[in-house]
Design a protein around this ligand. Structure first.
Ligand SMILES: Nc1ncnc2c1ncn2[C@@H]1O[C@H](COP(=O)(O)OP(=O)(O)OP(=O)(O)O)[C@@H](O)[C@H]1O
Ligand SMILES: [Mg+2]
Length: 459
């Protein structure tokens, strides 16, 4: 590979003869060498220009051999550029010094007096490794860009999730109606996206219609469209979700919230494949694969007279139930790493891992908001992390207070924190069922949603 500019190496040592010897050796190999006689000078050089590698002495004042100056310098360098490979030189045959240097992020160490070939080999290896790391970071970013706006990641390897993945693969190519159930934030929309992506319909649209919170008339025209003059606000013809999804997939989200009279019309369309825009008598034939999703228990909705049983039988040819996160805790580390790399890239932080206690607190959290809550918590931690930190600390996750152990005196909590802890406990008691929790808390479901959103449990 032809390099247009020579690779740049910084050499920091307080002894001029060492600098001279290294300079000669490295220049001979085609490297550009910059020398620094002290840690301060080294930092100045690193701030002024980009380097491909640094070779550092550990001791700068003749009478010290602790290596502390070198360790401090390494810490500062990691803050400036965590990917810069550092080779340290140890003047005495000190295993402890070398080990400590590696622990603090040095990639390799060289004993003085050095062997020219070994030193050059170490330099070449580290520069090549860094290139590979940068290449793979670039690739990851390109992949992430490609994926954005298309099929979202579906992480998980617990037996239940593996089975779900198999079901998705098996039923996606068919036109079978799939009902996806599960608590808030468990990934129902992710599953719908995969069902569409793995079907023959993938080249066509995946349209999502959310039945929640819409007045019946509006929901109807959302679904089926309307013609100009059908009602007061209908100034132009409007195409509905069914027609938009023609030859593609229609996701009926929060299906339990669909007004009961509209359920009858929906059922008819599913039986005949014909839609009628509101205000028009013309029948239009559509070829749509229907997927529906809900976090409600449809059989109790049926018992309560809020959902049509015959509609359920149209929708649930295949049922995919997503378990709550607390029942698939083994997936937490992989999910956490997934969101960590996602948000670290988005916020340009050098974070690459999670502290052990961060993982422990994630493992013991109840996660009433499931995967969405976990994503928010990792995003928060990424934002809160010190700019040079390479791993996430437990205190930044904002989870301690949500633990159900009751080990925290409520006097210590602000009113708001106390409310949050209480709400989370009630939610956990009802297995994340917002309707039941709202009932117990004596607030409306929408009021509870607003609180949850406020606390970042839901978005
Ligand atoms: N298995 C998974 N791997 C990675 N990310 C996931 C997974 N499941 C869900 N997510 C992410 O978690 C968030 C919530 O998922 P999604 O919106 O699909 O949940 P939902 O079940 O539809 O929730 P709600 O009932 O609140 O609408 C999204 O950001 C989604 O990308
Ligand atoms: Mg959803």
């Amino acid at each position: 590979m032809a390099e247009t500019t020579p690779l740049r190496i910084l050499v920091a040592d307080d002894q001029q003869d060492i600098i001279d010897a290294l300079r000669l050796l490295l220049l001979d190999e085609g490297y550009a060498v910059t020398a620094a006689r002290s840690p301060a000078e080294a930092l100045e050089q690193l701030e002024a220009a980009d380097f491909d590698l640094a070779i550092l002495d550990l001791n700068y004042t003749r009478d010290t051999t602790s290596g502390q100056e070198g360790f401090d310098l390494m810490e500062r360098i990691r803050g400036l550029d965590p990917t810069l490979p550092v080779l340290v030189m140890t003047a005495w045959s000190s295993v402890a010094g070398a080990v400590e240097a590696m622990r603090r992020g040095a990639r390799d160490y060289i004993e003085k007096p050095w062997d020219d070939d070994k030193l050059l080999a170490a330099v070449r290896t580290q520069i090549e490794l860094r290139r590979a790391v940068r290449r793979s970071l670039r690739l990851q970013e390109a992949n992430a860009r490609l994926q954005r706006g298309s099929t979202p990641a579906f992480i998980g390897d617990t037996p239940a999730v593996r089975e779900i993945r198999q079901t998705i693969e098996r039923v996606a190519p068919s036109d079978a109606s799939v009902l996806i159930t599960g608590e808030h934030g468990t990934g129902k929309e992710v599953v719908a996206a995969w069902l569409h992506a793995l079907s023959e319909r993938r080249g066509k649209a995946l349209i999502t219609m959310n039945a929640g919170g819409l007045a019946e008339g509006i929901a109807e025209s959302e679904l089926f469209g309307h013609v100009k003059g059908a009602f007061t606000d209908a100034r132009v013809d409007r195409i509905g979700c069914f027609e938009m999804a023609d030859e593609g997939t229609l996701l009926l989200d929060e299906i339990a919230n669909m007004p009961i009279r509209l359920q009858a019309k929906l059922l008819r369309v599913l039986q005949t494949g014909e839609v009628q825009r509101v205000g028009s008598s013309r029948l239009r034939y559509v070829n749509v694969r229907v997927i529906s999703a809900t976090n409600a228990d449809l059989s109790s909705e049926i018992a309560a007279g809020r959902f049509r049983e015959d509609l359920l039988y149209r929708l649930n040819t295949v049922v995919i139930h997503l378990p709550p996160l607390r029942d698939r805790r083994d997936d937490i580390p992989a999910l956490a790493r997934h969101f960590l790399s996602h948000y670290a890239a988005r916020y340009r932080k050098p974070l690459v891992g999670l502290d052990a206690d961060a993982l422990t607190s994630m493992q013991s959290h109840v996660w009433p908001g499931n995967i969405r809550e976990l994503a928010h918590s990792v995003e928060r931690a990424v934002l809160m992390a010190e700019p040079t930190a390479t791993s996430i600390a437990a205190r930044h996750l904002g989870l301690q207070r949500a633990r159900t152990g009751g080990d925290q005196a409520s006097e210590e909590l602000s009113l708001e924190d106390a409310e949050r802890v209480f709400i989370e406990k009630v939610l956990a008691r009802h297995n994340g069922d917002v309707r039941l929790a709202a009932e117990q808390l004596g607030m409306s479901r929408s009021a509870l949603y607003r609180r949850l959103q406020h606390y970042g449990v839901r978005s």
